[in-house]
Design a protein around this ligand. Structure first.
Ligand SMILES: *Cc1c(COP(=O)(O)O)cnc(C)c1O
Length: 393
């Protein structure tokens, strides 16, 4: 397991020092003189000026996530969507084209489908498991490709290496949203991604009590462009949120290992049950991208399991009601297991036919596995399935 922890930079108070990062909520920072301020702005001296431009808690958190992803100079922003926005709106201009994976996070799709075109930036979506489809969708004016390694909610695995080679050949920037996979499973920069981003809200912070994002680029010029855009548009984060996320990050490796182990067990358990028509998990041999998952994620999975039950909406309602103790909530990466039902939430705007084309039926659920005792968790799923079988319409 990678070492993700460094001791925080903490002040010495007398002859001892705190072992936890202090929270530094100051919005403004006083400098000694106009010359000293000049030196700060020119980059000859280090110092903060105003919290929207940067503050110690954001930097402490950013340096930790940088180390996990093997990148430098990342920035922490107010949400995962702020990070997606810094990439797409900070780097593209009118006349550019952006290509996205066709199963991106819902709001990323909204940003691509509604906001970017309004500003004269053309966008299209293509299947990232199929590098030929991605290649066919590139245009001469394509500036950037945005993908996620594991798709939501069907957990398909993108051809990251193929897409990275394609982008390098065509001179197109590749941005990877690594929220689902996390640096414990894959470090996209090592596969050729130019830009890596996270919704820190999810697995990294891990407690569903803070909304944050992080983004970094291999090229310092690109990183600086995103930083300036974020500072100007006010996408930056509050010190307290950064401090909370740093606290959550301390246990990230342990949480990810444990939830992954339980997720794999849950997938195996569900696969054998009457009334379960499909189970999707990256390390299962029947996963549609099993070989690619094995190679890219080095035998690891993730904390997400998707599955389908028979019996339509009635069975789905019965399952959600009977699976007591599991929050029916549209998020992931919390310490507790959460359940989501894409047909009534993330994919509700699609027609039933369009949902079916995405492999999403009324009986389709996505589970974000938490830290519960595994045997007890399996028992809750058994109760849910029993109720679903009784209610099937
Ligand atoms: C949640 C999520 C986001 C957006 O993050 P917020 O912190 O909610 O803004 C982006 N990408 C993925 C894959 C996510 O799961």
């Amino acid at each position: 397991m990678k070492k993700t922890l460094q001791r925080p930079q903490v002040p010495v108070i007398g002859v001892s020092h705190p072992v936890v990062s202090p929270i530094m909520p100051s919005v403004v920072y006083a400098s000694e003189s106009p010359d000293a301020l000049d030196a700060q702005y020119d980059g000859r001296a280090q110092g903060y000026t105003y919290a929207r431009e940067g503050h110690p808690n954001a930097d402490l958190l950013a340096r930790r996530i940088d180390a996990m992803e093997g990148l430098e100079g990342g920035i922490v922003l107010g949400s995962g969507m702020a990070a997606v926005t810094a990439v797409l709106m900070g780097l593209c201009r009118a006349g550019d084209h952006v290509l996205g994976g066709n199963q991106l996070y819902g709001r990323s799709m909204r940003l691509m489908g509604e906001e970017l075109p309004r500003l004269g930036i053309a966008t299209t979506l293509a299947d990232p498991t199929d590098v030929a489809a991605m290649a066919a969708a590139l245009r001469p004016e394509t500036k950037l490709v945005l993908i996620e390694v594991v798709s939501n909610p069907t957990l398909r695995i993108a051809d990251l290496d193929g897409i990275a080679a394609l982008c390098a050949e065509r001179g197109v920037l590749l941005a990877v949203d690594n929220t689902f996979t996390t640096p414990s499973a894959i470090r996209p920069a090592e596969h050729g991604a130019d830009i890596v981003l996270h919704s820190v809200t999810k697995l990294l912070a891990g407690h569903s009590d803070v909304t944050l994002g992080w983004v970094a680029a291999r090229d310092p010029g690109i990183a600086e462009r995103m930083r300036v855009f974020a500072v100007t548009t006010g996408l930056t984060a509050s010190p307290f949120d950064c401090w909370l996320a740093e606290r959550g990050l301390v246990s990230f490796d342990l949480r990810f290992a444990r939830t992954q182990e339980t997720a794999e067990r849950l997938a195996a358990h569900l696969a054998g049950q009457q009334g379960v028509t499909r189970v999707l998990y990256p390390t299962r041999p029947d996963h549609p991208d099993a070989a690619r998952a094995q190679g890219l994620l080095r035998g690891q999975g993730c904390n997400m399991v998707s599955f389908e039950i028979e019996g339509g909406r009635a069975a789905a309602n019965a399952f959600a009601r009977a699976a007591e103790g599991i929050a029916f909530a549209p998020t992931l990466g919390d310490v507790g297991t959460t359940l989501s039902h894409p047909a009534s939430s993330s994919h509700r705007a699609l027609s039933p036919e369009a949902r079916a084309a995405n492999g999403i039926s009324e009986g389709f659920f996505r589970v974000s596995v938490g830290l519960e005792e595994p045997q007890a968790l399996l028992a809750v799923f058994d109760r849910g399935l029993e109720a679903a079988r009784a209610a099937a319409d």
